[in-house]
Design a binder for this molecule. Structure first.
Ligand SMILES: [Zn+2]
Length: 245
């Protein structure tokens, strides 16, 4: 293939822009915030699971307190009824004695049940504290996630702006390369990651290898507009003032 040297040089500019675009793409994919977000999101999910369990524990305990309250209330009602009957003074002396006895039993029972209720209420308090701790942890992770997402988006926007600039430049440069040479370059770039390399100090900057003597002779003898390829890596090899020929 033939192409004026100036067109070949444009390939080097193009390669530089493509390398830049690849670096930007790599940077966007590997932002530290992305990995941190994944880790924090995992922690957040675990904290949220703990929060759900803590919430269930609180509502279970609250139900137990309600049940204990009902038990206490039943004893209170019974006590009030017995006291009324006792105050009315109706019934035999034996009946009244029986009532008295029952009232004593009820008083003991009420005291026991109130102790149970108190204990359960303390448990609810402690479980609520637990729940608050888990909720606070979830909120903290959420805040960190929001912070990281904002930082990531800011970085991505900056990268995207740089990509836009480089893409615009690339279109300008590519227009000056010519369809035939551009097609070859693109094909090589697809295969090898980079399509063109400068020959600097007898070395292909694509694969880094130094050209042997016979290669150098061939290149020196080649016409200026001859499109050369590196024998090692196959990339378009471009002669420059620093080629050392
Ligand atoms: Zn090479």
């Amino acid at each position: 293939m033939k192409a004026e040297l100036t067109r070949q040089w444009r390939l080097l500019d193009l390669q530089q822009l493509d390398t830049r675009l690849a670096q930007l793409e790599h940077r966007a994919r590997n932002l530290p915030q992305i990995a941190e977000l994944a880790a924090v999101s995992e922690q957040r999910d675990r904290a949220a699971e703990d929060e759900v369990l803590a919430r269930v524990a609180v509502s279970d305990a609250e139900r137990s307190v309600a049940k204990a309250e009902t038990d206490v209330e039943q004893v209170r009602v019974r006590t009030a009824r017995d006291q009324e009957r006792l105050a009315a003074g109706t019934g035999s002396a034996k009946d009244l004695q029986g009532l008295q006895h029952e009232l004593e039993t009820l008083a003991r029972r009420q005291s026991e049940l109130e102790d149970v209720e108190l204990e359960l209420m303390e448990q609810v308090e402690s479980l609520r504290t637990d729940l608050d701790r888990h909720s606070a942890a979830v909120a903290q992770f959420d805040a960190r996630i929001a912070e990281l997402s904002a930082a990531r988006d800011q970085e991505l926007a900056a990268i995207s702006a740089e990509q836009d600039v480089a893409t615009g430049e690339r279109a300008n440069v590519a227009a000056g390369v010519g369809a035939d040479l551009l097609a070859l370059y693109e094909r090589l770039r697809d295969q090898r990651g980079t399509g063109a390399a400068a020959l600097v100090a007898k070395r292909c900057t694509g694969c880094g290898l130094e050209l042997n003597a016979s290669e150098l002779v061939r290149i020196k003898a080649a016409a200026e507009d001859e499109v050369l390829r590196c024998e090692e890596c196959g990339r378009i090899l471009i002669r420059t003032a620093e080629s050392g020929l």
